[in-house]
Write a new protein. Sequence first.
Length: 408
Amino acid sequence: MPTAHTYKPWYKTPWKDDWIPDEVAVIDCYTTFACRHKFCREVCPVYQVTGNESYTSYGFHTALLAVKRGYERLSNLGDTFTYCLQCGACQLRCPDTLFAGDFYRVPKTTNLLVTKTRSEIIRLGFKFKGSDDILKAINKVVEDFETGRMPLVDWAKDLDIPREGEVILFYDYFMATQMTNVLRLWAKILKTAGVKFGIIENPRPTLLYELDYLGEKGVKLVKENIDALQKAGAKTVVVADPHVYVSLTQDYPRFIGSDLPFDTVFITDFVWKLIKEGRLTPKKSVNKKVTYHDPCMLNKVSGIWESPRNILKSIPGLQFIDEDHVTQWYYCCGHGASEVGSFKIMHEDISYQIGLRRLRRVVELGVDTLVVACPHCNQQFNEVKLKAKIDIEIRDISEILAESLDIK
């Protein structure tokens, strides 16, 4: 396990070109290869639009097993490992864990294996489609932060939010610079409920599943965020981006080798509790016919799906056409887990086709609005609908709730 002082890959030792030393990874690869159910294939959004089995979790594990057995070299298979969205669907549906992902939220760690493979290929000096552009995007985010070109706290300059508190609303560069309206609405909603909360001045980039590429620098970013939150007095950290939520709840403990010194709560869980306690009461009628899209990082990876639906059901006048969260294991917006859009960089057309497939399903439901709870889904769906000329409104759940609370 990585420590706070010395970065190590999450498997025990680095790989070489023609073998995988960690037998845990080999066992995972073999059990997946030996499986004939292939539930991971059927639920994979990439497979659904390409029909190529080598792009699935089954194909991914089989390719790694071939490297281990000496049938192929890692350097020749780079592009094979680029087709995973890291949406988490295959982890949930894998029978190797006796459907533990379905019932006990203890799935396989395929997403981490994908991260490990890609980062090791780069470390070994090999190239794969889009690798240079991905590293450039990651390094730009870090550089923009380090040089102060990213005005992360500007979104809150007129909201009078203290820089400390037992409850901290944590935000990352993406929401602070590209989804400012959503972040501001969540802050106003918390204020309306009378929640005493603060923010930290300069949160470090969280870069879900991509801190591994940065090695020791990635560990440093993790430690600096944790230290800043502790110094601010955080006991509860509220997060409004599902990708950042997975970073704090899954990636951060992996990097420091222990649990975090505070609780991390997703914003819809936090706000739904406020509604149940009567501290927030949606009153104004919102006359829309909506459905809800489950973000992969929230539903498949984190098991959070009830609170967004409960919030929507609490809003008067709203016609909510629900599509259950298990059905939505088969869907994805197409952006993928990467915060810098690695999958889109590598496979722009497939990314578009995955998003289009989801929007076409939304149209079939006969709604006028698709509600999302993820800034990356929001951006992706807006891009897809414009390209496909689909007449559907994309709204963040904060916007719908704020309208009912009469918050501008």
